[in-house]
Ligand binder design. Structure first.
Ligand code: GLN
Length: 538
């Protein structure tokens, strides 16, 4: 039986970063999938870190966590949401990983007698890493997004590797999509093509001729601008695609489809176009755009100035909102600046992920306020741990209750290091990570939301509820409705619904598994409770 010849589509970026290459890649993926093709997506990050886990979210945005526990760039979150797939650590290739593999091979003597060089050894390793994923999955098309901007020193070995792949696999099996910025200048609002021309020139100097140019612009590209880019960059006018501002990123695939991008790419790769099916996607978008109600959710966080730190929360709320035909408006509150007045006009509160002591006390005040005012509350990971601390301090009267993450010797260490974390010194990829089973207790809010007693959710933490306090916390009225299968680790905490309409927190991160067409139960529950609250207020 003939094996599928995988086609590769490489997505590069020019002019500057932050052009939404991740969304472009995810959108192309969705469009190809909508034509019946099997698709996967790979992200290359040219930094020397082995993974994104040790980076501050101010650097590249949120650290996304996969089922297998790899901590990756947030673009993989977009791929998972648009393609509705679960990816693995192999879908994220970094310079750190590539060099580590090459150096390990050198030490094992696999290059015996040779001088180990960027070309061919590093480029071979890059090509092998890309092909390994595509071949393992047997996909028709593998999309490979190259992070950074053409011209960066770090990107060079990757650009060279993808140039070689075009040469080796042949023109009909490899296509290049280049994304650039088209700024609008002056009172007349002229769309400028020069930055695009320059970045394409740079790409061509490296031996890569783009097939498609996606122009990021605040407005649709004018026909004469498309023609100009086509002429100067040596592509047909129909291969110049507008990527204008749209209210929801989920609209981007439709904007591309209308301009014929899918047909163009299929033709270029010699794939037979099949009938398009975007029915469900369009229904989801319709629900988003046609939202009849609005709920306001406060998010008390630490990196609120950079909203990219919390992308998965925003998306999970959006998905859950769409299911209830509600628009979710997020009120961003910097934890250090929190005061009670900030929760006056919101319908619910989220306290998300966090590390270190800064912001903890502000978040604890916010949780107390939500508990006392019976405001719907969802705490996640750090938010879960802080909810336990708040309960211990203010309901149980355990003065000074704290996490050993912030205070090494508190009088009541209700949150403490996981036993398996105690001897760990290295910080990379050493947390409790990835999908882990959670057993949900029947008759609880968690069970009502999930509708089942066993779920899998993704984790990323070092601390946990101290087992010595579990019994006393439960007797005081905070129920641990989800636990690890051996019963040792507390996974979900909730207040009984007769006391509070919706107060629930999870040690895991449900936001990582939310998809447009399958919102996650804890977020659905929060939105439903917020809607009930906003009706009361009206
Ligand atoms: N800092 C906490 C821990 O390591 C919470 C982590 C998180 O919110 N992801 O356990």
């Amino acid at each position: 039986m003939a094996m599928t010849q995988t086609k590769y589509v490489f997505i590069t970026g020019g002019v500057l970063s932050g052009l939404g290459k991740g969304i472009t890649t995810a959108s192309i993926g969705l469009l190809l999938k909508s034509r019946g093709l099997r698709v996967t997506a790979i992200k290359i990050d040219p930094y020397l870190n082995c993974d994104a886990g040790t980076m501050n979210p101010y650097q590249h945005g949120e650290v996304f966590v996969l089922d297998d526990g790899t901590e990756v760039d947030m673009d993989l979150g977009s791929y998972e949401r648009f393609l509705d797939v679960s990816l693995t650590g192999d879908h994220n290739i970094t310079t750190g990983k590539v060099y580590r593999a090459v150096i390990e091979k050198e030490r094992r003597g696999e290059y015996l007698g040779q001088t180990v060089q960027i070309i061919p050894h590093v480029t071979d390793e890059i090509k092998a890493a890309i092909k390994r994923v595509a071949e393992r999955e047997g996909v028709d098309v593998a999309l490979v997004e190259l992070g950074g901007t053409v011209g960066d020193i770090e990107s060079m070995p990757f650009l060279e590797a993808i140039r070689q792949m075009h040469q080796e696999l042949g023109h009909s099996n490899v296509a290049f999509v280049h994304t650039t910025l088209v700024p609008v200048l002056g009172a007349v609002g002229e769309q400028k093509t020069k930055p695009t021309q320059h970045s394409v020139k740079e790409l061509r100097a490296l031996g890569i001729q783009p097939d498609v140019i996606v122009g990021r612009c605040e407005e649709p590209l004018k026909p004469e601008i498309k023609r100009k880019i086509a002429l100067f960059c040596d592509v047909p006018p129909e291969a110049v695609i507008s990527d204008p501002d749209v209210p929801f990123v989920y609209e981007v695939p439709l904007v591309f489809e209308e301009q014929g991008l899918t047909d163009y790419l299929l033709g270029r790769l010699g794939l037979r176009p099949r009938a398009q099916d975007l029915t469900e996607w369009k229904a989801f978008l319709g629900a988003l755009k046609g939202a009849e109600r609005t709920v306001r959710v406060a998010l008390v966080g630490k990196y609120t100035a950079l909203k990219d730190s919390y992308v998965s929360y925003v998306e999970a709320l959006t998905h859950a909102g769409a299911r209830h035909r509600a628009r979710v408006e997020i009120q961003w509150i910097e934890a250090d600046e929190f005061h009670e007045g900030r929760l006056e006009d919101v319908d619910g509160l989220i306290v998300p992920v966090g590390f270190g002591h800064r912001g903890a006390e502000g978040k604890i005040r916010a949780i107390r306020c939500a508990r006392e005012r019976k405001l719907p509350f969802l705490g996640i990971c750090y938010g879960f741990q802080l909810a336990v601390i708040e309960f211990a301090r203010h309901v149980m009267g355990l003065e000074g209750a704290n996490s050993t993450e912030f205070d090494p010797t508190p009088p009541h260490p209700v949150i403490d290091l996981l036993p398996e974390q105690k001897g760990i010194r290295e910080l990379g990829a050493t947390m409790r990570l990835g999908a882990q089973p959670v057993i949900v207790r029947e008759g609880t809010l968690a069970h009502a939301l999930y509708g089942t007693t066993r779920v899998e959710e993704r984790h990323r933490h070092r601390y946990e509820v101290n087992p010595d306090y579990v019994e006393s916390i439960e007797s005081a009225g905070l129920i641990f409705s989800g636990r690890s299968p051996d019963g040792r680790l507390m996974e979900i905490a909730e207040l009984p619904q007769r006391e509070h309409p919706f107060f629930i927190a999870s040690q895991f991160h449900p936001e990582f598994k939310s998809r447009p067409l399958s919102p996650r139960p804890l977020f659905l529950g929060l939105i439903e409770a917020c809607l009930a609250r906003s009706c009361q207020r009206a």
